[in-house]
Design a protein around this ligand. Structure first.
Ligand code: HAM
Length: 534
């Protein structure tokens, strides 16, 4: 087969968006933009400022905040080693392996020692200059290399068999560790943004600002979950956090009021707010033990997931959607009855504050949330038309998280809205935008007319109209057909006659009527029509 024929047969791969990711296309994106614009307006009206965060952060930031044992951290993160440029280190590593002093040859041991010492100093220089990063595992491997190397150097030079064996053993261990040593830091695509906001709060010394600091964000998050309607691996959140100051219940209530105002502004249908308090480090552990004891008594009646959770995280059993477990869960002790005095007072005050704001809520004692950093207030909002993935917003209080990340003791509360689900719900209730039409389609013919058309397009766009200017000349009939397909309101007809007379023809596509205008009159006419129709 000729090379050309072979090339023809080889069909290029058809690429598709990766499972769980998707393209957002017009006209749907207009609805996304409307939701985001509304968020900017509503959140700003509550005194929040926008923060834009990195898409990836050290894996450890998420592990420490969200919790090692949570599904998000233990199963769902997209993580990778962020390799620095280590070509010089790779060469030094290869050199060590190639010397292989195990095969006794005069001088080999000395060369080996020289290479290892060079390798160690290169890493130390890299670490000191911050060009290199070692994970905690790599750091401990490196410490072993250094320790074994010191032992090797300390061995007296003698032909004694024991010492010879010891030397071989140490050399071998050094080669293996050097070979396995991984450079770079493990980083993860962010599965959520609360941890990053806390990291940024600490990094930028925001505790010096007037407290509390009120921030909001929007953007993609990544979780390797099983994709289904309303659940994606790349999804979008619009979230807000209040950091610092006090833990006054009015703050909890105002944050909830803000997200409800946002949903109201978008006319989201079937909105249901559930609230709960999951206590604090003082009272929750006692409740968890009580719950565990109650669960152990009914263990046999529970499914395998809940059975496992009795040990790992009994609170998560309350999350179970398994039909057969519902009657059992209904008999379990309620956390509200086991809150400490401070938590009980706080929870009652949050509910009172919600009432003062006219926010309608339902108490849901089973609302525990799946991330470790929460304490006291938790809440979730569901909306219409979403099927099983119906939580459109989740949030809660997380006092102590900033401290856990090395910052000062700081109060915190916030929420995140699942934007994909928000849009789905809006679409289901008929809020989908129609294809955005053009205001004016310019049908031009002839070179002179094109120059005029370009100028007309520029002026109309400047005046705020959406204009379609065909790149090549078309017959008028075809141009008008095209204008119709694009949903244009008007066709501006520019031929030789129009250009030489200075009178432009404007056709209203809805009724087919036509009128002639001078250039300034046309702009005035269109602006007036626009004002009348808006
Ligand atoms: P979360 O409950 O994990 O909380 O997520 C918040 C919302 O993001 C969910 O209610 C849901 O609407 C949406 N969401 C989560 N996973 C997916 C997915 N795979 N596909 C589509 N939508 C999804 C948090 O992320 C916390 N950081 C919220 C928070 C902020 N708490 C305090 N401050």
């Amino acid at each position: 087969m000729s090379e050309g024929a072979a090339k023809k047969e080889e069909k290029p791969r058809k690429f598709q968006a990766i499972r769980g990711t998707r393209d957002l296309l017009p006209p749907e994106t207009a609805l996304w933009n409307r939701a985001e614009q509304t968020a900017h307006q509503v959140f700003a009206s509550f005194g929040f400022g926008e923060i834009r965060l990195p898409i990836f952060e050290p894996t450890e930031l998420f592990a420490r905040s969200i919790g090692e044992e949570t599904d998000v951290v233990s199963k769902e993160m997209y993580s990778f080693l962020d390799n620095p440029d280590i070509s010089n280190l790779e060469e030094a590593r290869d050199a060590i392996k190639e010397v292989n002093p195990g095969i006794a040859a005069v001088g080999k041991q000395e060369v080996f020692e020289l290479y290892v010492s060079e390798f160690i100093s290169q890493i130390e220089a890299g670490l000191a200059g911050k060009q290199l990063n070692l994970s905690s595992k790599a750091q401990s491997d490196f410490d072993i290399v250094k320790a074994r190397f010191q032992e090797l150097l300390a061995l007296p030079d003698s032909k004694d068999e024991d010492r010879h064996n010891k030397r071989r053993h140490l050399t071998f261990e050094i080669i293996i560790k050097v070979d396995l040593l991984k450079f770079g830091e493990r980083v993860s695509l962010r599965p959520e943004a609360t941890a990053s906001v806390c990291r940024a709060y600490i990094e930028h010394g925001m505790q010096q600002l007037p407290q509390p600091v009120k921030l909001y964000y929007m953007g993609p998050m990544f979780r390797r979950e099983r994709p289904q309607k309303g659940r994606y691996r790349q999804f979008y959140q619009i979230g807000a956090e209040v950091l610092g100051g006090s833990d006054a219940p009015a703050i909890d209530a105002e944050v909830i009021e803000m997200v409800m105002t946002f949903f109201d502004r978008l006319e989201l249908q079937g909105v249901q707010l559930d609230v709960n308090s999951i206590g604090c480090l003082n009272c929750r552990p006692k409740y968890v033990e009580l719950l565990r004891a109650a669960l152990l008594k009914v263990k046999d009646k529970l499914g395998p997931d809940s059975q496992r959770r009795i040990e790992t995280n009994p609170l998560r059993v309350l999350d179970s959607k398994l039909e057969s477990e519902q009657p059992i869960i209904a008999t379990l002790p309620h956390i509200a009855d086991h809150l400490c005095e401070e938590c009980a007072v706080h929870y009652a005050a949050v509910k009172h504050q919600l009432k003062m704001r006219g926010v309608i809520y339902r108490e849901n004692w089973r609302l525990v949330r799946g991330l470790d950093y929460y304490m006291r207030t938790t809440f979730e909002i569901t909306a219409q038309g979403l099927g099983s993935q119906n939580a459109v917003c989740g949030g809660g209080r997380y006092d102590g998280l900033v401290e856990l990340l090395g910052g000062p003791p700081t109060k915190g509360i916030g929420f995140a809205i699942g934007e994909d689900r928000l849009i789905l719900s809006l679409q289901e209730s008929g809020k989908a935008p129609v294809q955005q039409g053009r205001d004016v389609y310019i049908a031009w013919m002839g070179e002179r007319a094109q120059a005029t058309a370009i100028r007309a397009a520029k002026d109309l766009r400047k005046a705020g109209f959406s204009v379609e200017l065909p790149p090549v000349e078309q017959k008028f009939g075809k141009a008008l057909g095209q204008a119709d397909k694009l949903g244009a309101k008007y066709a501006l007809i520019l031929g030789d006659n129009e250009v030489s007379e200075g009178l432009w023809t404007l056709k209203t596509l809805a009724d087919g009527s036509q009128a002639k205008f001078t250039e300034p009159d046309l702009l005035e006419h269109l602006s007036m029509q626009k004002a009348l129709s808006s």
